[in-house]
Design a protein around this ligand. Structure first.
Ligand code: CA
Length: 332
Protein backbone atom coordinates (compact mmCIF):
# COMPACT_ATOMS: atom_id res chain seq x y z
CA UNK A 1 0.00 0.00 0.00
CA UNK A 2 1.45 3.36 -0.98
CA UNK A 3 0.78 6.16 1.44
CA UNK A 4 1.55 8.99 -0.92
CA UNK A 5 -1.35 8.30 -3.22
CA UNK A 6 -4.07 8.81 -0.63
CA UNK A 7 -6.20 11.88 -0.38
CA UNK A 8 -5.18 14.47 2.14
CA UNK A 9 -8.14 16.76 1.66
CA UNK A 10 -10.08 15.31 4.57
CA UNK A 11 -7.14 15.83 6.89
CA UNK A 12 -6.88 19.44 5.89
CA UNK A 13 -10.60 19.91 6.49
CA UNK A 14 -10.40 18.40 9.96
CA UNK A 15 -7.35 20.37 10.93
CA UNK A 16 -9.02 23.69 10.31
CA UNK A 17 -12.00 22.87 12.54
CA UNK A 18 -12.17 25.28 15.43
CA UNK A 19 -14.34 25.39 18.48
CA UNK A 20 -16.19 28.64 18.85
CA UNK A 21 -16.95 29.32 22.46
CA UNK A 22 -19.32 32.11 23.44
CA UNK A 23 -17.29 35.03 24.67
CA UNK A 24 -13.98 33.49 23.72
CA UNK A 25 -11.75 35.90 21.83
CA UNK A 26 -10.76 34.70 18.38
CA UNK A 27 -7.11 34.57 19.40
CA UNK A 28 -7.94 31.92 22.04
CA UNK A 29 -9.67 29.64 19.57
CA UNK A 30 -7.64 26.66 18.55
CA UNK A 31 -7.97 23.61 16.32
CA UNK A 32 -9.21 21.14 18.91
CA UNK A 33 -9.41 18.16 16.57
CA UNK A 34 -5.80 18.61 15.56
CA UNK A 35 -4.82 18.40 19.22
CA UNK A 36 -7.03 15.52 20.20
CA UNK A 37 -6.46 13.28 17.24
CA UNK A 38 -8.42 10.91 15.04
CA UNK A 39 -9.54 8.57 17.85
CA UNK A 40 -11.50 11.37 19.52
CA UNK A 41 -14.11 11.04 16.79
CA UNK A 42 -14.60 7.27 17.03
CA UNK A 43 -15.85 5.96 20.37
CA UNK A 44 -14.10 2.65 21.10
CA UNK A 45 -12.36 3.00 17.70
CA UNK A 46 -15.61 1.94 16.01
CA UNK A 47 -15.26 2.82 12.31
CA UNK A 48 -11.80 4.33 12.69
CA UNK A 49 -10.46 2.08 9.95
CA UNK A 50 -12.63 4.00 7.44
CA UNK A 51 -11.23 7.41 8.37
CA UNK A 52 -9.58 8.97 5.30
CA UNK A 53 -6.38 9.53 7.27
CA UNK A 54 -6.16 5.97 8.55
CA UNK A 55 -3.97 3.65 6.50
CA UNK A 56 -4.58 0.43 8.43
CA UNK A 57 -6.04 -0.82 11.69
CA UNK A 58 -6.26 -4.15 13.47
CA UNK A 59 -8.17 -4.94 16.65
CA UNK A 60 -7.15 -8.62 16.46
CA UNK A 61 -10.80 -9.71 16.67
CA UNK A 62 -10.99 -11.29 13.24
CA UNK A 63 -7.98 -13.59 13.26
CA UNK A 64 -9.01 -17.11 12.26
CA UNK A 65 -7.69 -20.64 12.77
CA UNK A 66 -8.01 -20.33 16.53
CA UNK A 67 -6.13 -17.03 16.47
CA UNK A 68 -3.17 -18.28 14.44
CA UNK A 69 -4.09 -16.67 11.11
CA UNK A 70 -4.25 -12.89 10.52
CA UNK A 71 -6.79 -11.44 8.07
CA UNK A 72 -5.71 -11.88 4.44
CA UNK A 73 -3.10 -9.33 3.42
CA UNK A 74 -2.86 -7.73 6.86
CA UNK A 75 0.45 -9.01 8.15
CA UNK A 76 3.46 -11.19 7.55
CA UNK A 77 4.22 -13.30 10.58
CA UNK A 78 7.54 -14.37 12.01
CA UNK A 79 7.45 -18.08 12.65
CA UNK A 80 9.97 -20.05 14.64
CA UNK A 81 10.05 -22.97 17.01
CA UNK A 82 10.79 -20.71 19.98
CA UNK A 83 8.09 -18.10 19.54
CA UNK A 84 4.35 -17.89 19.01
CA UNK A 85 2.43 -14.93 17.61
CA UNK A 86 -1.34 -15.27 17.75
CA UNK A 87 -4.63 -13.69 18.80
CA UNK A 88 -5.83 -14.93 22.19
CA UNK A 89 -8.75 -14.28 24.50
CA UNK A 90 -8.16 -11.08 26.39
CA UNK A 91 -9.43 -7.59 27.05
CA UNK A 92 -7.68 -4.30 26.67
CA UNK A 93 -8.59 -1.78 29.35
CA UNK A 94 -8.35 1.99 29.31
CA UNK A 95 -8.03 4.15 32.43
CA UNK A 96 -11.77 4.84 32.22
CA UNK A 97 -12.94 1.27 31.68
CA UNK A 98 -12.77 -1.88 29.58
CA UNK A 99 -12.05 -1.50 25.89
CA UNK A 100 -14.05 -3.15 23.13
CA UNK A 101 -13.63 -6.70 21.89
CA UNK A 102 -12.46 -9.90 23.49
CA UNK A 103 -9.25 -10.76 21.62
CA UNK A 104 -5.73 -9.35 21.80
CA UNK A 105 -2.43 -10.19 20.12
CA UNK A 106 0.05 -12.21 22.15
CA UNK A 107 3.72 -12.53 21.23
CA UNK A 108 5.32 -15.25 23.33
CA UNK A 109 8.99 -16.24 23.21
CA UNK A 110 11.01 -18.80 25.09
CA UNK A 111 14.55 -20.08 25.22
CA UNK A 112 16.09 -23.44 24.64
CA UNK A 113 19.23 -22.25 26.34
CA UNK A 114 21.14 -20.33 23.68
CA UNK A 115 20.75 -17.74 20.93
CA UNK A 116 18.24 -14.96 20.42
CA UNK A 117 14.47 -15.17 20.26
CA UNK A 118 12.16 -13.26 17.97
CA UNK A 119 8.44 -13.19 17.29
CA UNK A 120 5.89 -10.81 15.86
CA UNK A 121 4.44 -9.26 12.74
CA UNK A 122 5.40 -6.96 9.92
CA UNK A 123 3.58 -4.98 7.30
CA UNK A 124 5.04 -3.33 4.22
CA UNK A 125 4.08 0.29 3.54
CA UNK A 126 5.72 0.44 0.13
CA UNK A 127 8.18 -1.43 -2.06
CA UNK A 128 10.64 -3.06 0.29
CA UNK A 129 12.17 -6.19 -1.19
CA UNK A 130 12.57 -4.77 -4.69
CA UNK A 131 11.43 -1.82 -6.81
CA UNK A 132 8.84 -3.75 -8.80
CA UNK A 133 6.85 -5.05 -5.86
CA UNK A 134 3.82 -2.94 -6.76
CA UNK A 135 3.39 -1.57 -3.24
CA UNK A 136 4.12 2.08 -3.98
CA UNK A 137 6.79 4.50 -2.80
CA UNK A 138 6.13 4.39 0.94
CA UNK A 139 5.62 7.28 3.35
CA UNK A 140 7.54 10.36 4.42
CA UNK A 141 5.53 10.59 7.63
CA UNK A 142 3.44 8.24 9.73
CA UNK A 143 1.74 7.86 13.11
CA UNK A 144 1.24 4.53 14.83
CA UNK A 145 -0.79 3.96 17.95
CA UNK A 146 -1.23 0.68 19.76
CA UNK A 147 -2.08 -0.62 23.22
CA UNK A 148 0.53 -2.75 24.90
CA UNK A 149 0.72 -4.81 28.05
CA UNK A 150 3.72 -6.65 29.40
CA UNK A 151 2.78 -9.88 31.11
CA UNK A 152 2.95 -9.79 34.91
CA UNK A 153 5.93 -12.13 34.77
CA UNK A 154 7.77 -9.90 32.31
CA UNK A 155 11.10 -8.63 33.54
CA UNK A 156 13.34 -6.06 31.90
CA UNK A 157 15.25 -7.70 29.09
CA UNK A 158 16.57 -6.04 25.98
CA UNK A 159 14.23 -6.31 23.07
CA UNK A 160 12.81 -4.40 20.15
CA UNK A 161 9.20 -3.33 19.78
CA UNK A 162 7.47 -1.29 17.08
CA UNK A 163 9.99 -0.62 14.32
CA UNK A 164 9.73 1.70 11.32
CA UNK A 165 12.28 1.79 8.55
CA UNK A 166 13.04 1.75 4.88
CA UNK A 167 15.55 0.69 2.23
CA UNK A 168 17.04 2.53 -0.76
CA UNK A 169 16.12 0.16 -3.55
CA UNK A 170 18.42 1.98 -5.98
CA UNK A 171 21.31 0.59 -3.97
CA UNK A 172 21.95 -3.04 -4.92
CA UNK A 173 23.04 -4.11 -1.45
CA UNK A 174 20.83 -1.93 0.75
CA UNK A 175 20.74 -3.27 4.30
CA UNK A 176 17.53 -4.70 5.73
CA UNK A 177 15.54 -2.87 8.38
CA UNK A 178 16.74 -4.11 11.74
CA UNK A 179 20.30 -4.79 10.63
CA UNK A 180 22.52 -3.77 13.52
CA UNK A 181 26.10 -2.66 14.11
CA UNK A 182 26.29 -0.25 11.17
CA UNK A 183 27.58 3.26 11.85
CA UNK A 184 27.08 4.92 8.45
CA UNK A 185 23.52 3.94 7.62
CA UNK A 186 23.26 6.23 4.57
CA UNK A 187 26.09 4.40 2.83
CA UNK A 188 24.18 1.18 3.41
CA UNK A 189 20.94 2.68 2.10
CA UNK A 190 18.62 2.17 5.04
CA UNK A 191 17.36 3.53 8.33
CA UNK A 192 15.13 2.35 11.10
CA UNK A 193 13.93 3.32 14.54
CA UNK A 194 12.36 1.10 17.15
CA UNK A 195 10.17 1.92 20.13
CA UNK A 196 11.03 -0.46 22.92
CA UNK A 197 10.99 -0.87 26.68
CA UNK A 198 13.97 0.13 28.77
CA UNK A 199 14.69 -1.03 32.28
CA UNK A 200 17.33 -2.60 34.43
CA UNK A 201 17.85 -6.23 33.59
CA UNK A 202 15.44 -8.29 35.63
CA UNK A 203 13.41 -5.32 36.83
CA UNK A 204 9.64 -4.83 36.37
CA UNK A 205 10.26 -1.03 36.30
CA UNK A 206 10.41 0.13 32.70
CA UNK A 207 9.85 3.04 30.40
CA UNK A 208 9.44 3.25 26.65
CA UNK A 209 11.99 4.93 24.42
CA UNK A 210 13.48 5.04 20.94
CA UNK A 211 16.31 2.96 19.58
CA UNK A 212 17.21 4.80 16.39
CA UNK A 213 19.52 4.07 13.49
CA UNK A 214 19.81 7.59 12.05
CA UNK A 215 22.58 9.29 10.07
CA UNK A 216 24.14 11.22 12.96
CA UNK A 217 24.35 8.56 15.62
CA UNK A 218 27.79 8.30 17.10
CA UNK A 219 28.56 4.60 17.21
CA UNK A 220 27.65 1.32 15.54
CA UNK A 221 24.47 0.86 17.60
CA UNK A 222 21.14 2.65 17.76
CA UNK A 223 20.68 5.86 19.72
CA UNK A 224 18.34 6.36 22.66
CA UNK A 225 16.82 9.84 22.56
CA UNK A 226 16.57 11.79 25.84
CA UNK A 227 13.24 11.38 27.62
CA UNK A 228 11.57 14.72 28.38
CA UNK A 229 8.65 13.40 30.42
CA UNK A 230 9.13 10.20 32.33
CA UNK A 231 6.19 7.83 31.91
CA UNK A 232 6.65 4.63 33.93
CA UNK A 233 5.42 1.43 32.31
CA UNK A 234 3.88 -1.05 34.72
CA UNK A 235 3.86 -4.76 33.97
CA UNK A 236 0.39 -6.29 33.89
CA UNK A 237 -1.24 -3.01 32.83
CA UNK A 238 -2.29 -1.73 29.43
CA UNK A 239 -0.58 1.39 28.17
CA UNK A 240 -1.33 3.46 25.09
CA UNK A 241 1.77 3.93 22.94
CA UNK A 242 1.90 6.26 19.96
CA UNK A 243 4.87 7.09 17.82
CA UNK A 244 5.33 9.66 15.06
CA UNK A 245 8.06 9.56 12.45
CA UNK A 246 8.60 12.34 9.90
CA UNK A 247 11.58 11.91 7.63
CA UNK A 248 13.97 14.81 7.05
CA UNK A 249 13.81 16.85 3.87
CA UNK A 250 16.59 16.96 1.29
CA UNK A 251 17.51 20.20 -0.52
CA UNK A 252 16.78 19.63 -4.20
CA UNK A 253 19.56 21.92 -5.41
CA UNK A 254 22.41 21.20 -3.05
CA UNK A 255 21.48 17.66 -2.02
CA UNK A 256 21.87 18.67 1.62
CA UNK A 257 20.09 16.37 4.05
CA UNK A 258 18.42 18.85 6.40
CA UNK A 259 18.24 18.17 10.14
CA UNK A 260 14.46 18.51 10.28
CA UNK A 261 13.23 14.94 10.74
CA UNK A 262 10.92 14.39 13.71
CA UNK A 263 10.33 11.55 16.12
CA UNK A 264 7.78 11.77 18.90
CA UNK A 265 6.46 9.34 21.48
CA UNK A 266 3.31 9.59 23.55
CA UNK A 267 2.58 7.25 26.43
CA UNK A 268 -1.02 7.22 27.65
CA UNK A 269 -1.61 10.42 25.70
CA UNK A 270 1.33 12.29 27.29
CA UNK A 271 4.20 13.46 25.10
CA UNK A 272 7.23 11.71 26.54
CA UNK A 273 9.88 12.25 23.86
CA UNK A 274 10.23 14.73 21.02
CA UNK A 275 13.30 15.04 18.83
CA UNK A 276 13.05 17.36 15.85
CA UNK A 277 16.52 17.43 14.29
CA UNK A 278 16.85 13.87 13.09
CA UNK A 279 18.40 12.98 9.74
CA UNK A 280 17.38 9.57 8.41
CA UNK A 281 18.19 9.96 4.72
CA UNK A 282 20.25 11.85 2.20
CA UNK A 283 18.14 10.82 -0.80
CA UNK A 284 14.43 11.75 -0.94
CA UNK A 285 13.32 8.48 -2.51
CA UNK A 286 14.29 6.58 0.65
CA UNK A 287 11.01 6.39 2.55
CA UNK A 288 9.27 4.48 5.31
CA UNK A 289 8.34 1.13 3.79
CA UNK A 290 8.22 -1.31 6.69
CA UNK A 291 6.54 -1.51 10.06
CA UNK A 292 7.22 -4.42 12.35
CA UNK A 293 5.63 -5.17 15.68
CA UNK A 294 8.00 -7.61 17.21
CA UNK A 295 9.84 -8.78 20.27
CA UNK A 296 13.51 -9.53 19.91
CA UNK A 297 15.47 -10.86 22.85
CA UNK A 298 19.23 -11.18 22.89
CA UNK A 299 19.11 -14.39 24.89
CA UNK A 300 16.31 -14.83 27.39
CA UNK A 301 17.00 -15.89 30.98
CA UNK A 302 16.50 -19.63 31.47
CA UNK A 303 13.30 -19.12 33.49
CA UNK A 304 11.48 -18.27 30.25
CA UNK A 305 11.29 -21.83 28.94
CA UNK A 306 8.61 -23.34 26.70
CA UNK A 307 6.29 -23.87 29.66
CA UNK A 308 6.81 -20.30 30.92
CA UNK A 309 7.31 -18.04 27.90
CA UNK A 310 7.83 -14.31 28.15
CA UNK A 311 4.74 -12.58 26.79
CA UNK A 312 3.79 -9.18 25.48
CA UNK A 313 0.22 -8.27 24.47
CA UNK A 314 -0.99 -5.75 21.91
CA UNK A 315 -4.38 -4.49 20.81
CA UNK A 316 -6.15 -1.76 18.85
CA UNK A 317 -3.36 -0.80 16.51
CA UNK A 318 -3.96 2.11 14.16
CA UNK A 319 -1.66 3.43 11.45
CA UNK A 320 -2.43 6.93 10.15
CA UNK A 321 -1.24 10.14 8.51
CA UNK A 322 -1.88 12.30 11.54
CA UNK A 323 -2.06 12.08 15.33
CA UNK A 324 -4.42 9.37 16.51
CA UNK A 325 -4.52 9.67 20.29
CA UNK A 326 -5.83 7.27 22.95
CA UNK A 327 -9.09 5.43 22.41
CA UNK A 328 -12.30 7.01 23.66
CA UNK A 329 -13.55 4.28 26.01
CA UNK A 330 -16.90 2.65 25.26
CA UNK A 331 -19.81 4.35 27.00
CA UNK A 332 -21.28 2.30 29.79
CA1 CA B 1 -9.15 -6.57 20.45
Amino acid sequence: MGCRNKKRLAAAAVCVLVVTLAGTPASAQRPVEADRGIAARYVADRGIEKDPDVIFADDFESWTDNGAQPPAGAWSMRKSNISRTHAVDGKMTTPSGPGPGSRVLEIACWTEGTGSQVGGLSRKLGNYNHANEGLGDGCDEIYLRWYQKFDENYRGVQNHGGNLGGRDLKLPDAAWVGMAAIRDIASRGYFYSGVQPYGKLGSPQMEMGFYSYHMDKKGPWGENYPIQKNMPIRVGEWHCVERHMKLNSVDEKTGEARADGVEELWIDGQLSIRKADVRFRRVPHLRITLFSLETYYHGLPKEFDAAHPIKVYYDDLVMARRYIGPMQAPQR
